[in-house]
Design a protein around this ligand. Structure first.
Ligand code: HAM
Length: 455
């Protein structure tokens, strides 16, 4: 017997529906336009990648890789070079998906749904020898990402990012500043309100820079360990910098007394940070410094930034980014500079909707109310011509009494009803009814088009 199960979208995923999708399209179109004016080209990397790519790029100890990735054993023939047994794989990194596959000695390549796209863009840069192109290479992308987080407002398991990356080129703070300028221009063009840009520098991995600072931070954290929550206590061991991310009320006064990274940067990183700030000021970009902005992915160094927007509640980061100079090399490529950002498109849309910038319901320009067989033939042709001229046209597939047809036209939010009966067709005089004020006029086919095209 056929099951009566009603299917529903999986928890943390959802359907994007009209009219909201019109707003998504507008936002994406704005990104295409703004990013193109800054010399960026679009890249569309795949949604699945070898698990190892994210483990190496984002970091095995990060929440994203250790807890949130959707990971699967693939069939062997596809990626023999990265194949391993399920047991070996589980030893390295317990996959979140409940792998109910009996233990066996079979080898599997493991693949993951991408939790972010910076790793993919760097992989593509190496794979396609982009270091041979004029540098830097500027790429942007948009599309779904997957993280198995606890769903809430502004947080989904399938969510969408619009991101941009600059790879290669010189060590110039102007690159950081121009990227941020582009981002703020984009938000401005979208009409996003209440944006706040926070920036920081987390230096580079050297004893006289971040490594020295982290050791100092760890020592200070050990002293106050008892006063911290379980998460922070664990992070003292795994990633002390992330303690600074804590939102727990009672940890705030403790964190406020911790040493600050800006006081422990090496001379080069200090100079770089000062120059980024100067370059931002030259461009009129307003920023706030936040010494606690450390970001949750391992690949960052020097500049980090985040943008918050209004109307989002606790998930108010609408964009995050930063510099990642070592990443391409870490993935097997040549030493290459890198910086980029990713916008949470879902959150951007939410914030626009909250400030009343949502999409209007999608109406129709013309609803064709036809009756009779001759009228139907004319209606088909009229619909085609009007659509060719760019009008949104509804042609009912079955004959309706004029009264009923006008009712439907109003329900669909049509501006006009074109009334076509056999009389109208015989006279060559079509009736156009303005549904806003109820007025009616007779027009020839040509005059009708001209009338509708008038601004
Ligand atoms: P991220 O901070 O992990 O950075 O994500 C960027 C943005 O994606 C966040 O600020 C947020 O708006 C959105 N986002 C993240 N997770 C979710 C979720 N579960 N639901 C809804 N929105 C979410 C990155 O992904 C880096 N790849 C950014 C980057 C590019 N850095 C350099 N280049």
């Amino acid at each position: 017997m056929a099951s009566k199960t009603k299917f529903q979208a999986i928890r943390g995923t959802r359907d994007l529906l009209p009219p909201e999708t019109a707003l998504w399209n507008r936002v994406e179109q704005t990104a295409h336009e703004v990013f193109t004016t800054y010399g960026f080209g679009e890249i569309r990397p795949p949604v699945i990648e070898p698990t190892e790519l994210f483990a190496r790029a984002v970091g095995g100890d990060t929440d994203i890789v250790s807890k949130e990735m959707y990971t699967f054993p693939d069939r062997l023939e596809d990626h023999p070079e990265t194949a391993k047994t399920i047991q070996d794989f589980m030893k390295e990194q317990p996959p979140l998906v409940g792998l109910a596959i009996a233990t066996s000695a079979a080898l599997y390549p493991f693949i993951s749904l991408r939790p972010e796209a910076t790793a993919s863009v760097c992989r593509a840069y190496i794979e396609h020898n982009m270091q041979q192109l004029p540098q830097p290479v500027k790429l942007y992308y948009m599309g779904p990402m997957f993280r198995r987080e606890r769903p809430q407002k502004g947080r989904y398991r399938q969510f969408y990012q619009i991101g941009a990356e600059i790879l290669g080129g010189p060590d110039a703070p102007a690159i950081d500043a121009e990227l941020i300028e582009m981002l703020m221009t984009f938000f401005d063009k979208c009409g996003l309100q209440g944006t706040e840009l926070s920036i920081n520098s987390i230096g580079h991995a050297a004893d006289n820079c971040r490594r020295g600072y982290v050791a100092l931070l760890k020592a200070e954290l050990e002293k106050v360990k008892d006063k911290l929550g379980a998460d922070s206590q664990r992070r003292i061991e795994t990633n002390p910098l992330r303690v600074l991310d804590s939102k727990l009320e009672y940890e705030q006064p403790i964190i406020a007394t911790l040493p600050r990274i800006a006081d422990h940067l090496c001379d080069e990183c200090k100079t770089h940070y000062a120059a980024v700030k100067h370059e931002l000021e030259q461009r009129g970009v307003i920023y706030r410094e936040n010494w606690r902005l450390v970001r949750g992915l391992d690949y960052y160094m020097r500049t980090t930034f985040e943008i918050t927007a209004k109307g989002l509640g606790s998930q108010n980061a609408v964009c995050g980014g930063g510099r990642y100079d070592g990443l391409v090399e870490l993935l097997g490529g040549p030493p290459t500079k890198g910086i980029g950002f990713a916008i949470g498109e879902d959150r951007l849309i939410l914030s626009l909707q909250e400030s009343g910038k949502g999409a209007a319901p999608q109406g129709r320009d013309v609803y064709i109310a036809w009756m009779g067989e001759r009228a139907y033939a004319t209606a088909i042709r009229a619909a085609k011509d009007l659509r060719n001229a760019g009008f949104r046209v509804e042609l009912p597939p079955t004959e309706l009494k004029f009264g009923k047809a006008l009712e439907r036209a109003s329900k669909l939010g049509s501006r006009f009803a074109l009334i076509l009966g056999d009389n109208e067709v015989a006279d060559g005089q079509w009736t156009l009814k303005n549904l806003a004020d109820g007025s009616q006029q007779k027009l020839t086919e040509q005059a009708l088009l001209e009338y509708l095209l008038k601004p």
